[in-house]
Design a protein around this ligand. Structure first.
Ligand code: BG6
Length: 530
């Protein structure tokens, strides 16, 4: 999360890499932002979906903003021979399609030809298997043409290739950093499938690279609205004094989707909603909400505070968790009828959990987390509910209950915040009416076709690890859910049905009802209007 130099919120830390002093042909960069240092980006998985849908749009956006150095190169590695010109053309076509598609995250409208040409000229395709020495020897030869150069190896591949690629890079000497230059590895989720596999993967990677060279991505941290949580909390006097157990009753963190498994049946069958979303994306949101203020935006200062939170999460038990699976309903077929899904599958497509952060600030405050596919609405948001005020003042009025104050931070698809509070309704009688005040980013800031990877790529080039996950936090997060994944007593978690297009299984409602709470409805008029 790079901050603009020379502003009161600026990070004190200088990036560890050299900055190009040479001429820069890309469009000029936004005020206060400097172009990233020159580097070669090697993308393993150049033919994959991630490259097409997210990395290329992000690189294009960075080029539009003039944030890439003229000396940048992009080498795409994939199995299968292909001419560079064909790869470029394929990428160009998909970029044009996404740009024109309003439903796509990258709905830039018309492409800026100059920016695309700038990116296209820097693309080079290299055929190679991810597990053979030959690929890495070939790559070394290419990279040796600019010795001592900065290189980022981006692993946009399925998880089974993480270990062999890192091992080959290490053995080929490609991870050795020269004087004043860097070698970095970017690794996507899933980072392991449980505590043991995450530890094993960390140990493997760290036997070839230093922690400072490893950039573990959680794409939720690339979202502006997620980064803004720290701004809302720490740049305003209003929130932080009440941001603690004395005033906060409970927190709900929701990542609800209307889509199903979208042709990812094979992956999803092995993974399920809990592993796919909870110890990573939802815990990241929880960390942003719960962490103590760091002393600066320095990467280690921020990551230390976040690590304290994952460490303070009380290990979840089966009692704290509900699993669900969508069945035929208003939104379509059931999960078991999806392609590549077993007809008797017990994989969960919904997970809800009650989480406690056992520290001085949060002890006793429940954090309710939920995520699921084929739910009633697409909604990623965090709702912070305040404790009730004393009722005494209203006891002689017709008011019999006060609606709780709730601050909602809207992450996706709405971007903004809302606050529920109470006012007197107009008229001669003291009646209370619940109202909502909201802020929408689009009303204040120009919308940008941002896919969420721009900041992550840019920060990686600058050597700013604030938004990337450190080995210890990954492991403590998996540790907190290990008893659910591998229960020492009792069998596998029961999976409850819910209708496709509904609010989720009734058992998830019961989880909160036990504490006298209820989920905020996924279908809410105020938000749906957007
Ligand atoms: C991914 C999960 O990490 O995040 C997907 O694998 C999920 O299953 C996605 O759909 C949600 O991300 P976003 O940014 O669309 O909310």
């Amino acid at each position: 999360m790079s901050t603009t130099p020379n502003t009161p919120t600026s990070a004190s830390r200088e990036p560890s890499c050299k900055v190009s002093a040479g001429p820069h042909e890309a469009p000029s960069s936004p005020a206060g932002k400097r172009p990233a240092p020159p580097c070669t980006l090697v993308i393993f998985g150049a033919g994959g979906d991630l490259t097409k849908r997210l990395l290329m749009p992000a690189l294009y956006n960075l080029a539009v903003d003039g944030l890439l150095d003229d000396g940048m190169k992009i080498i795409g590695v994939n199995h299968g021979e292909r001419e560079t010109s064909v790869w470029r053309e394929d990428l160009h076509k998909s970029l044009q399609q996404f740009a024109a598609d309003k439903a796509s995250t990258f709905h830039a409208g018309k492409l800026d030809d100059k920016a695309w040409d700038w990116v296209a000229q820097r693309l080079e395709y290299m055929a190679g298997e991810f597990e053979t020495d030959d690929t890495f020897a070939k790559l070394k030869q290419k990279l040796d043409q600019s010795p001592g150069g900065n290189v980022i190896f981006y692993l946009a591949v399925t998880a089974r290739f993480f270990k062999p690629i890192v091992e080959h890079l290490g053995k080929a000497g490609l991870l050795k950093e020269g004087e004043g230059s860097f070698r970095r590895i970017v690794i996507e989720k899933p980072f392991g499938t449980d505590l043991a596999s995450a530890r094993d993967l960390n140990a493997h990677i760290l036997s070839y690279a230093d922690e400072s060279q490893v950039y573990r991505i959680d794409h939720f941290l690339g979202k502006d609205t997620v980064q803004s949580i720290l701004a809302v909390r720490f740049a305003n006097a209003l929130f932080e004094p009440i941001w603690r157990r004395e005033y906060i009753d409970s927190v709900q963190i929701t990542a609800a989707e209307t889509i199903g498994v979208e042709g990812r049946g094979k992956f999803y069958e092995q993974t399920g909603a809990f592993r796919d979303m909870l110890p990573n994306h939802l815990f990241q949101l929880l960390g942003m909400v719960a962490m103590e203020p760091p002393n600066s935006f320095d990467a280690e200062a921020v990551r230390d505070k976040k690590a304290e939170i994952s460490d303070a999460i009380q290990p979840l038990t089966a009692d704290d968790v509900v699993f669900g699976q969508y069945e035929k309903g208003p939104a379509g077929v059931g999960y078991r009828e999806e392609p590549d899904v077993a007809p008797d599958s017990t994989t969960e497509t919904y997970a809800a959990a009650r989480v406690y952060v056992e520290n001085w600030r949060w002890a006793g405050v429940p954090f309710y987390l939920r995520t699921g596919k084929r739910l009633a609405a697409r909604r990623t948001e965090i709702s912070v509910q305040l404790k009730p005020v004393p009722f005494r003042l209203f006891r002689d009025t017709p008011v019999d209950a006060l609606t709780p104050n709730v601050l909602t931070l809207r992450i996706d698809p709405a971007h903004g915040t809302s606050f529920d509070f109470n006012v007197k309704t107009p008229g001669p009688v003291m009646q209370i009416g619940a109202v909502q005040s909201s802020f929408d980013y689009a009303d204040f800031f120009a919308e940008r076709a941002n896919v969420g990877y721009e900041t992550l790529l840019y920060d990686c080039m600058l050597g700013d690890e604030t938004l990337f996950q450190r080995a210890d936090s990954i492991e403590t997060s998996w540790c907190a859910v290990d008893d659910v994944l591998h229960p020492k007593t009792g069998g596998a978690m029961p999976v409850h049905g819910y209708a496709a297009g509904s609010e989720g299984p009734a058992e998830a409602d019961a989880l909160l009802a036990r504490d006298g709470h209820a989920w905020r409805p996924l279908k809410q008029d105020a938000v749906e209007k957007k």
